[in-house]
Design a protein around this ligand. Structure first.
Ligand code: GLN
Length: 480
Protein backbone atom coordinates (compact mmCIF):
# COMPACT_ATOMS: atom_id res chain seq x y z
CA UNK A 1 0.00 0.00 0.00
CA UNK A 2 1.52 3.29 -1.08
CA UNK A 3 -1.03 6.09 -1.03
CA UNK A 4 1.52 8.49 -2.52
CA UNK A 5 2.60 6.58 -5.56
CA UNK A 6 -0.24 4.47 -6.80
CA UNK A 7 0.07 4.95 -10.51
CA UNK A 8 -2.72 7.51 -10.83
CA UNK A 9 -1.69 10.91 -12.03
CA UNK A 10 -3.49 13.08 -9.50
CA UNK A 11 -2.89 10.48 -6.79
CA UNK A 12 -5.19 11.48 -3.93
CA UNK A 13 -4.40 9.47 -0.77
CA UNK A 14 -7.89 9.75 0.77
CA UNK A 15 -9.56 8.54 -2.38
CA UNK A 16 -6.97 5.80 -2.83
CA UNK A 17 -7.37 4.54 0.73
CA UNK A 18 -11.17 4.55 0.56
CA UNK A 19 -11.10 2.60 -2.68
CA UNK A 20 -8.53 0.16 -1.38
CA UNK A 21 -10.45 -0.59 1.80
CA UNK A 22 -13.73 -1.02 -0.11
CA UNK A 23 -12.07 -3.35 -2.61
CA UNK A 24 -10.51 -5.40 0.19
CA UNK A 25 -6.95 -4.60 -0.95
CA UNK A 26 -6.12 -3.73 2.66
CA UNK A 27 -8.06 -3.26 5.90
CA UNK A 28 -8.84 -0.17 7.96
CA UNK A 29 -6.54 -1.49 10.68
CA UNK A 30 -3.70 -1.85 8.19
CA UNK A 31 -4.18 1.77 7.17
CA UNK A 32 -4.17 2.89 10.81
CA UNK A 33 -1.05 0.82 11.53
CA UNK A 34 0.71 2.21 8.47
CA UNK A 35 0.23 5.80 9.61
CA UNK A 36 0.91 5.01 13.25
CA UNK A 37 4.27 3.56 12.33
CA UNK A 38 5.14 6.63 10.26
CA UNK A 39 4.18 8.89 13.15
CA UNK A 40 6.30 6.82 15.50
CA UNK A 41 9.23 6.99 13.14
CA UNK A 42 9.10 10.66 12.20
CA UNK A 43 7.18 12.71 14.72
CA UNK A 44 10.13 13.41 16.95
CA UNK A 45 12.06 14.89 14.05
CA UNK A 46 9.14 17.10 13.00
CA UNK A 47 7.39 18.01 16.25
CA UNK A 48 4.06 17.84 14.44
CA UNK A 49 1.93 16.01 17.03
CA UNK A 50 1.50 17.30 20.57
CA UNK A 51 -0.65 14.37 21.65
CA UNK A 52 -1.08 10.85 20.27
CA UNK A 53 -4.36 9.02 20.59
CA UNK A 54 -3.77 5.75 22.44
CA UNK A 55 -6.95 4.22 21.04
CA UNK A 56 -7.45 2.80 17.54
CA UNK A 57 -11.21 2.82 17.71
CA UNK A 58 -13.40 4.59 15.19
CA UNK A 59 -17.09 4.65 14.40
CA UNK A 60 -18.78 2.95 11.49
CA UNK A 61 -18.95 5.33 8.54
CA UNK A 62 -17.89 6.20 5.03
CA UNK A 63 -14.34 7.17 6.04
CA UNK A 64 -13.69 3.61 7.32
CA UNK A 65 -11.09 4.50 9.93
CA UNK A 66 -8.93 6.70 7.71
CA UNK A 67 -6.68 8.90 9.88
CA UNK A 68 -7.43 12.64 9.93
CA UNK A 69 -5.14 14.96 11.89
CA UNK A 70 -6.66 17.73 14.02
CA UNK A 71 -5.10 21.08 14.84
CA UNK A 72 -4.98 21.50 18.59
CA UNK A 73 -7.45 24.40 18.67
CA UNK A 74 -10.32 22.06 17.75
CA UNK A 75 -11.89 20.72 20.93
CA UNK A 76 -12.03 16.96 21.35
CA UNK A 77 -13.85 15.21 24.14
CA UNK A 78 -11.41 12.35 24.58
CA UNK A 79 -8.10 14.12 23.91
CA UNK A 80 -6.45 17.18 25.48
CA UNK A 81 -6.84 20.49 23.65
CA UNK A 82 -4.18 23.06 24.41
CA UNK A 83 -3.95 25.57 21.55
CA UNK A 84 -0.21 24.95 22.09
CA UNK A 85 -0.47 27.16 25.17
CA UNK A 86 0.63 26.53 28.73
CA UNK A 87 -2.58 28.14 29.90
CA UNK A 88 -4.55 25.14 28.57
CA UNK A 89 -2.07 22.43 29.47
CA UNK A 90 -3.94 19.29 30.43
CA UNK A 91 -7.37 20.67 29.51
CA UNK A 92 -9.72 17.96 28.28
CA UNK A 93 -12.87 19.51 26.80
CA UNK A 94 -16.26 17.99 27.63
CA UNK A 95 -17.43 18.06 24.00
CA UNK A 96 -16.36 17.72 20.36
CA UNK A 97 -16.13 20.61 17.91
CA UNK A 98 -18.76 20.40 15.16
CA UNK A 99 -16.18 19.34 12.57
CA UNK A 100 -14.80 16.72 14.93
CA UNK A 101 -18.19 15.16 15.51
CA UNK A 102 -18.90 15.25 11.78
CA UNK A 103 -15.66 13.40 11.08
CA UNK A 104 -16.15 11.04 14.01
CA UNK A 105 -19.61 9.99 12.89
CA UNK A 106 -18.27 9.61 9.34
CA UNK A 107 -15.82 6.99 10.58
CA UNK A 108 -12.56 8.97 10.75
CA UNK A 109 -9.82 7.84 13.13
CA UNK A 110 -8.01 10.63 14.95
CA UNK A 111 -4.30 9.93 15.38
CA UNK A 112 -3.87 12.90 17.73
CA UNK A 113 -3.61 16.65 18.09
CA UNK A 114 -1.35 18.78 15.95
CA UNK A 115 1.07 21.48 17.01
CA UNK A 116 0.46 25.13 16.12
CA UNK A 117 1.43 28.65 17.07
CA UNK A 118 -0.03 29.48 20.47
CA UNK A 119 -3.73 30.35 20.02
CA UNK A 120 -3.11 30.35 16.23
CA UNK A 121 -1.08 33.55 16.42
CA UNK A 122 1.94 33.33 14.19
CA UNK A 123 3.37 32.39 10.82
CA UNK A 124 6.15 29.99 11.69
CA UNK A 125 4.98 27.66 14.47
CA UNK A 126 7.82 28.97 16.60
CA UNK A 127 5.27 30.49 18.99
CA UNK A 128 4.07 27.08 20.17
CA UNK A 129 4.64 26.92 23.94
CA UNK A 130 5.76 23.30 23.62
CA UNK A 131 8.06 22.90 20.63
CA UNK A 132 8.58 24.30 17.16
CA UNK A 133 7.56 22.24 14.11
CA UNK A 134 10.08 21.62 11.35
CA UNK A 135 9.56 21.77 7.62
CA UNK A 136 9.82 18.27 6.06
CA UNK A 137 11.56 19.75 2.99
CA UNK A 138 14.34 21.20 5.08
CA UNK A 139 14.48 20.58 8.80
CA UNK A 140 16.25 23.90 9.41
CA UNK A 141 13.25 25.75 8.00
CA UNK A 142 9.88 26.57 9.54
CA UNK A 143 6.75 24.85 8.20
CA UNK A 144 4.81 28.13 8.33
CA UNK A 145 2.01 28.81 10.75
CA UNK A 146 -0.11 28.83 12.57
CA UNK A 147 -1.26 25.39 11.34
CA UNK A 148 2.34 24.19 10.97
CA UNK A 149 1.70 20.78 12.53
CA UNK A 150 -1.17 20.12 10.12
CA UNK A 151 0.86 21.13 7.06
CA UNK A 152 4.03 19.27 8.06
CA UNK A 153 2.16 16.08 8.96
CA UNK A 154 0.41 15.95 5.59
CA UNK A 155 3.61 16.84 3.68
CA UNK A 156 5.60 14.13 5.46
CA UNK A 157 2.86 11.52 5.07
CA UNK A 158 2.15 11.11 8.80
CA UNK A 159 -1.53 11.52 7.92
CA UNK A 160 -3.30 11.53 4.57
CA UNK A 161 -5.18 14.73 5.51
CA UNK A 162 -5.68 17.13 8.39
CA UNK A 163 -7.79 20.04 9.54
CA UNK A 164 -6.47 23.47 10.41
CA UNK A 165 -7.81 26.97 10.91
CA UNK A 166 -7.17 30.14 8.96
CA UNK A 167 -7.67 33.60 10.45
CA UNK A 168 -5.19 35.48 8.29
CA UNK A 169 -3.50 32.76 6.26
CA UNK A 170 -2.81 29.98 8.72
CA UNK A 171 -3.91 27.25 6.33
CA UNK A 172 -2.64 28.66 3.04
CA UNK A 173 0.76 29.93 4.19
CA UNK A 174 1.90 26.66 5.82
CA UNK A 175 0.38 24.68 2.92
CA UNK A 176 2.52 26.78 0.60
CA UNK A 177 5.68 26.33 2.71
CA UNK A 178 5.17 22.56 2.95
CA UNK A 179 4.04 21.86 -0.62
CA UNK A 180 0.50 20.65 0.09
CA UNK A 181 -3.03 21.74 -0.80
CA UNK A 182 -4.62 24.04 1.78
CA UNK A 183 -8.23 25.21 1.54
CA UNK A 184 -9.82 28.01 3.55
CA UNK A 185 -13.56 27.89 2.86
CA UNK A 186 -15.92 30.88 2.78
CA UNK A 187 -16.61 32.39 6.21
CA UNK A 188 -19.73 30.58 7.40
CA UNK A 189 -19.33 27.47 5.21
CA UNK A 190 -17.91 25.39 8.06
CA UNK A 191 -19.20 25.70 11.62
CA UNK A 192 -16.75 27.22 14.10
CA UNK A 193 -18.51 25.56 17.03
CA UNK A 194 -15.72 24.12 19.16
CA UNK A 195 -12.92 25.98 17.38
CA UNK A 196 -11.20 27.91 20.16
CA UNK A 197 -11.70 31.48 18.99
CA UNK A 198 -8.83 33.75 18.01
CA UNK A 199 -10.61 36.42 15.92
CA UNK A 200 -14.21 35.33 15.47
CA UNK A 201 -15.04 37.43 12.40
CA UNK A 202 -12.04 36.01 10.53
CA UNK A 203 -11.55 32.44 11.81
CA UNK A 204 -12.47 29.60 9.48
CA UNK A 205 -11.73 25.87 9.65
CA UNK A 206 -10.35 24.23 6.52
CA UNK A 207 -8.43 21.31 5.08
CA UNK A 208 -4.89 20.15 4.41
CA UNK A 209 -4.70 17.46 1.75
CA UNK A 210 -2.36 16.50 -1.04
CA UNK A 211 -4.83 17.29 -3.81
CA UNK A 212 -7.90 19.37 -4.60
CA UNK A 213 -9.75 16.09 -5.14
CA UNK A 214 -9.16 15.10 -1.51
CA UNK A 215 -9.98 18.64 -0.33
CA UNK A 216 -13.38 18.39 -2.03
CA UNK A 217 -14.02 15.05 -0.33
CA UNK A 218 -13.12 16.32 3.14
CA UNK A 219 -14.91 19.65 2.71
CA UNK A 220 -18.15 17.87 1.90
CA UNK A 221 -17.95 16.08 5.26
CA UNK A 222 -17.17 19.10 7.45
CA UNK A 223 -19.30 21.79 5.86
CA UNK A 224 -22.98 22.62 6.22
CA UNK A 225 -25.27 24.61 8.42
CA UNK A 226 -24.97 24.27 12.20
CA UNK A 227 -27.37 25.92 14.61
CA UNK A 228 -24.72 26.04 17.31
CA UNK A 229 -22.71 28.65 15.35
CA UNK A 230 -24.71 31.83 14.75
CA UNK A 231 -22.45 32.76 11.84
CA UNK A 232 -22.84 29.40 10.11
CA UNK A 233 -24.44 29.97 6.73
CA UNK A 234 -27.63 28.20 5.78
CA UNK A 235 -26.82 27.81 2.10
CA UNK A 236 -26.96 24.99 -0.42
CA UNK A 237 -24.20 22.43 -0.28
CA UNK A 238 -22.94 21.60 -3.74
CA UNK A 239 -21.40 18.23 -4.53
CA UNK A 240 -17.82 19.57 -4.48
CA UNK A 241 -16.32 16.41 -5.96
CA UNK A 242 -18.76 16.29 -8.87
CA UNK A 243 -17.62 19.74 -10.02
CA UNK A 244 -14.04 18.57 -10.61
CA UNK A 245 -14.40 18.09 -14.34
CA UNK A 246 -10.98 19.30 -15.41
CA UNK A 247 -12.69 21.72 -17.76
CA UNK A 248 -11.77 25.35 -17.12
CA UNK A 249 -12.45 26.72 -20.60
CA UNK A 250 -13.52 30.34 -20.36
CA UNK A 251 -12.70 30.64 -16.64
CA UNK A 252 -11.83 34.28 -16.04
CA UNK A 253 -8.79 34.76 -13.85
CA UNK A 254 -7.73 38.15 -12.50
CA UNK A 255 -4.14 38.82 -11.49
CA UNK A 256 -4.07 41.61 -8.91
CA UNK A 257 -1.29 43.96 -9.84
CA UNK A 258 -0.81 45.02 -6.19
CA UNK A 259 0.25 41.45 -5.34
CA UNK A 260 3.11 41.43 -7.82
CA UNK A 261 5.20 44.26 -6.46
CA UNK A 262 8.02 44.91 -4.00
CA UNK A 263 8.73 42.25 -1.46
CA UNK A 264 7.80 39.35 -3.74
CA UNK A 265 10.72 37.04 -4.43
CA UNK A 266 11.65 36.49 -8.08
CA UNK A 267 11.40 32.75 -7.79
CA UNK A 268 7.89 32.91 -6.36
CA UNK A 269 6.81 35.44 -8.94
CA UNK A 270 8.00 33.42 -11.92
CA UNK A 271 6.55 30.13 -10.61
CA UNK A 272 3.15 31.75 -10.02
CA UNK A 273 3.15 33.44 -13.43
CA UNK A 274 4.11 30.18 -15.11
CA UNK A 275 1.25 28.42 -13.32
CA UNK A 276 -1.18 31.03 -14.57
CA UNK A 277 0.12 30.54 -18.11
CA UNK A 278 -0.47 26.81 -17.72
CA UNK A 279 -4.08 27.52 -16.72
CA UNK A 280 -4.38 29.80 -19.74
CA UNK A 281 -3.30 26.93 -21.99
CA UNK A 282 -6.20 24.94 -20.54
CA UNK A 283 -8.60 27.61 -21.74
CA UNK A 284 -8.70 30.11 -18.87
CA UNK A 285 -8.72 33.79 -19.74
CA UNK A 286 -6.23 35.84 -17.74
CA UNK A 287 -6.13 39.59 -17.23
CA UNK A 288 -4.74 42.05 -14.75
CA UNK A 289 -7.05 43.41 -12.07
CA UNK A 290 -6.61 46.04 -9.38
CA UNK A 291 -7.45 45.64 -5.69
CA UNK A 292 -6.54 49.19 -4.73
CA UNK A 293 -6.96 48.89 -0.97
CA UNK A 294 -4.66 45.87 -0.64
CA UNK A 295 -1.94 48.03 0.87
CA UNK A 296 -4.03 48.55 4.01
CA UNK A 297 -4.81 44.87 4.56
CA UNK A 298 -2.00 44.08 7.00
CA UNK A 299 -2.74 47.15 9.14
CA UNK A 300 -6.48 46.48 9.17
CA UNK A 301 -5.96 42.83 9.99
CA UNK A 302 -3.67 43.48 12.94
CA UNK A 303 -6.22 45.90 14.43
CA UNK A 304 -9.29 43.72 13.89
CA UNK A 305 -7.61 40.41 14.79
CA UNK A 306 -5.94 41.71 17.96
CA UNK A 307 -9.09 43.54 19.09
CA UNK A 308 -11.15 40.36 18.77
CA UNK A 309 -8.39 38.26 20.32
CA UNK A 310 -8.14 40.50 23.38
CA UNK A 311 -11.83 39.94 23.98
CA UNK A 312 -11.86 36.20 23.17
CA UNK A 313 -8.89 35.43 25.37
CA UNK A 314 -10.37 37.18 28.41
CA UNK A 315 -12.01 33.87 29.37
CA UNK A 316 -8.65 32.28 30.19
CA UNK A 317 -8.39 33.53 33.73
CA UNK A 318 -7.53 30.46 35.76
CA UNK A 319 -11.11 29.90 36.90
CA UNK A 320 -12.58 27.91 34.05
CA UNK A 321 -9.98 26.04 32.03
CA UNK A 322 -6.52 24.58 32.38
CA UNK A 323 -3.86 26.35 34.38
CA UNK A 324 -4.47 28.21 37.66
CA UNK A 325 -1.66 29.94 39.53
CA UNK A 326 -3.14 30.77 42.94
CA UNK A 327 -2.02 34.01 44.50
CA UNK A 328 -4.26 34.79 47.46
CA UNK A 329 -7.06 37.01 46.18
CA UNK A 330 -8.92 36.82 42.89
CA UNK A 331 -7.24 39.61 40.89
CA UNK A 332 -3.66 38.53 41.69
CA UNK A 333 -4.65 34.97 40.75
CA UNK A 334 -5.95 36.19 37.36
CA UNK A 335 -2.75 38.13 36.85
CA UNK A 336 -0.40 35.33 37.84
CA UNK A 337 -2.32 32.78 35.77
CA UNK A 338 -2.34 34.91 32.63
CA UNK A 339 1.20 36.15 33.20
CA UNK A 340 2.51 32.61 33.50
CA UNK A 341 0.18 30.90 31.05
CA UNK A 342 0.40 33.11 27.96
CA UNK A 343 3.50 33.43 25.78
CA UNK A 344 5.04 36.70 24.59
CA UNK A 345 3.24 36.90 21.22
CA UNK A 346 -0.17 36.26 22.78
CA UNK A 347 0.50 38.96 25.38
CA UNK A 348 1.61 41.35 22.64
CA UNK A 349 -1.65 40.78 20.77
CA UNK A 350 -3.81 41.16 23.87
CA UNK A 351 -2.14 44.48 24.62
CA UNK A 352 -2.46 45.74 21.04
CA UNK A 353 -6.12 44.72 20.89
CA UNK A 354 -6.99 46.18 24.27
CA UNK A 355 -5.38 49.43 23.22
CA UNK A 356 -7.24 49.54 19.89
CA UNK A 357 -10.55 49.03 21.69
CA UNK A 358 -9.98 51.42 24.57
CA UNK A 359 -12.07 54.56 25.04
CA UNK A 360 -10.41 57.47 23.30
CA UNK A 361 -8.67 55.25 20.71
CA UNK A 362 -11.60 53.18 19.49
CA UNK A 363 -12.62 55.61 16.74
CA UNK A 364 -9.09 56.21 15.53
CA UNK A 365 -8.12 52.54 15.38
CA UNK A 366 -10.83 49.89 15.60
CA UNK A 367 -13.61 51.84 13.91
CA UNK A 368 -11.30 53.08 11.18
CA UNK A 369 -10.08 49.53 10.59
CA UNK A 370 -13.66 48.32 10.13
CA UNK A 371 -14.28 51.06 7.59
CA UNK A 372 -11.21 50.13 5.58
CA UNK A 373 -12.20 46.47 5.86
CA UNK A 374 -15.37 47.40 3.98
CA UNK A 375 -13.31 49.07 1.26
CA UNK A 376 -11.22 45.89 0.90
CA UNK A 377 -14.40 43.85 0.60
CA UNK A 378 -15.69 46.21 -2.09
CA UNK A 379 -12.47 45.82 -4.09
CA UNK A 380 -13.27 42.12 -4.36
CA UNK A 381 -16.94 42.67 -5.15
CA UNK A 382 -16.02 44.83 -8.11
CA UNK A 383 -13.22 42.48 -9.23
CA UNK A 384 -15.67 39.58 -9.18
CA UNK A 385 -18.01 41.43 -11.54
CA UNK A 386 -15.47 40.68 -14.21
CA UNK A 387 -13.53 37.66 -12.94
CA UNK A 388 -14.39 34.21 -11.57
CA UNK A 389 -11.16 33.78 -9.65
CA UNK A 390 -8.27 35.90 -8.38
CA UNK A 391 -4.87 34.20 -8.70
CA UNK A 392 -1.83 35.33 -6.74
CA UNK A 393 1.16 34.10 -4.81
CA UNK A 394 0.31 32.62 -1.40
CA UNK A 395 3.42 34.04 0.28
CA UNK A 396 6.12 36.54 -0.70
CA UNK A 397 8.94 34.01 -0.16
CA UNK A 398 9.51 30.31 0.40
CA UNK A 399 9.99 28.89 3.91
CA UNK A 400 12.51 30.77 6.05
CA UNK A 401 14.93 29.39 8.61
CA UNK A 402 13.97 28.79 12.23
CA UNK A 403 14.90 31.86 14.26
CA UNK A 404 15.23 34.10 11.21
CA UNK A 405 12.18 36.29 11.87
CA UNK A 406 11.73 35.64 15.57
CA UNK A 407 13.16 38.90 16.81
CA UNK A 408 11.15 40.97 14.37
CA UNK A 409 7.37 40.71 14.77
CA UNK A 410 6.73 43.10 11.90
CA UNK A 411 8.55 40.97 9.32
CA UNK A 412 6.62 38.01 10.68
CA UNK A 413 3.34 39.92 10.21
CA UNK A 414 4.22 40.63 6.55
CA UNK A 415 4.07 36.89 5.85
CA UNK A 416 0.32 37.31 5.59
CA UNK A 417 0.31 40.13 3.09
CA UNK A 418 -1.32 38.07 0.30
CA UNK A 419 -3.57 35.88 2.43
CA UNK A 420 -5.35 38.15 4.90
CA UNK A 421 -7.55 40.01 2.43
CA UNK A 422 -9.52 36.82 1.79
CA UNK A 423 -10.22 36.59 5.54
CA UNK A 424 -11.17 40.26 5.81
CA UNK A 425 -13.60 39.74 2.90
CA UNK A 426 -14.74 36.27 4.08
CA UNK A 427 -13.84 34.66 0.76
CA UNK A 428 -12.81 31.06 -0.02
CA UNK A 429 -9.19 30.60 -1.04
CA UNK A 430 -6.84 27.72 -1.77
CA UNK A 431 -3.07 27.27 -1.96
CA UNK A 432 -1.60 24.58 -4.18
CA UNK A 433 2.01 23.67 -4.98
CA UNK A 434 3.18 25.31 -8.23
CA UNK A 435 6.95 24.94 -8.20
CA UNK A 436 10.13 24.74 -6.17
CA UNK A 437 12.89 27.19 -5.39
CA UNK A 438 16.54 26.54 -6.23
CA UNK A 439 16.88 25.36 -2.65
CA UNK A 440 14.16 22.79 -3.25
CA UNK A 441 11.52 24.53 -1.16
CA UNK A 442 7.89 24.49 -2.31
CA UNK A 443 6.12 27.52 -3.82
CA UNK A 444 2.36 28.04 -3.56
CA UNK A 445 -0.22 29.39 -5.98
CA UNK A 446 -3.21 31.00 -4.29
CA UNK A 447 -6.66 31.16 -5.84
CA UNK A 448 -9.42 33.23 -4.26
CA UNK A 449 -13.06 32.69 -5.20
CA UNK A 450 -16.45 34.36 -4.86
CA UNK A 451 -18.41 33.74 -1.65
CA UNK A 452 -19.42 30.06 -1.44
CA UNK A 453 -17.72 29.31 -4.76
CA UNK A 454 -15.34 26.70 -3.30
CA UNK A 455 -16.30 24.50 -6.25
CA UNK A 456 -14.81 27.00 -8.65
CA UNK A 457 -11.39 27.25 -6.97
CA UNK A 458 -11.32 23.51 -6.36
CA UNK A 459 -12.08 22.90 -10.03
CA UNK A 460 -9.26 25.21 -11.14
CA UNK A 461 -6.87 23.63 -8.62
CA UNK A 462 -7.81 20.14 -9.75
CA UNK A 463 -7.43 21.09 -13.42
CA UNK A 464 -3.94 22.35 -12.61
CA UNK A 465 -3.05 19.17 -10.73
CA UNK A 466 -4.14 17.09 -13.71
CA UNK A 467 -1.49 18.75 -15.87
CA UNK A 468 1.36 19.22 -13.39
CA UNK A 469 3.18 17.07 -10.87
CA UNK A 470 4.32 19.52 -8.18
CA UNK A 471 1.75 18.07 -5.79
CA UNK A 472 3.22 14.58 -6.28
CA UNK A 473 6.69 15.48 -5.07
CA UNK A 474 7.58 14.31 -1.61
CA UNK A 475 10.32 15.37 0.76
CA UNK A 476 13.12 12.82 0.31
CA UNK A 477 13.69 12.00 3.93
CA UNK A 478 10.03 11.10 4.41
CA UNK A 479 9.43 9.16 1.23
CA UNK A 480 8.33 5.58 1.42
N1 GLN B 1 -0.08 34.69 10.76
C1 GLN B 1 -1.31 35.36 11.07
C2 GLN B 1 -1.30 35.82 12.50
O1 GLN B 1 -0.31 35.66 13.10
C3 GLN B 1 -2.46 34.48 10.76
C4 GLN B 1 -2.79 33.55 11.82
C5 GLN B 1 -3.96 32.68 11.48
O2 GLN B 1 -4.43 32.66 10.36
N2 GLN B 1 -4.44 31.99 12.49
O3 GLN B 1 -2.24 36.33 13.01
Amino acid sequence: MNPYNNGEHVCSPLRFLLKGISAGDFSSQEVIDHYKSRIEKFNQKLGAFLFLNPSDSFEDGSLKGIPIGLKDNLVTKDMPTTCASKILKGYIPPYDAHVVSRLRSSGAWFPGKLNMDEFAMGSSNEYSAFSPVRNPWNLDCVPGGSSGGSAASVAAGLVPAALGSDTGGSIRQPASFCGVTGLKPTYGRVSRYGLIAFASSLDQIGTFTRTAEDAALLLSIISGHDQKDSTSANVDLPDFSAQLTGNIKGLKIGLPKEYFSTGLSDEVESAVKKAVTDLEKEGAVVEEVSLPHSKYAVAVYYLVATAEASSNLARFDGMRYGLRVEDGALIPTYEKTRGTGFGAEVKRRIMLGTYALSAGYYDAFYKKALQVRTLIQRDFISAFEKFDIIAAPTTPTTAFKLGENLSDPLTMYLQDIYTISANLAGLPAISIPCGFSKENLPIGLQMIGKPFAESEILKAADAYQRITDWHLRRPREFDE
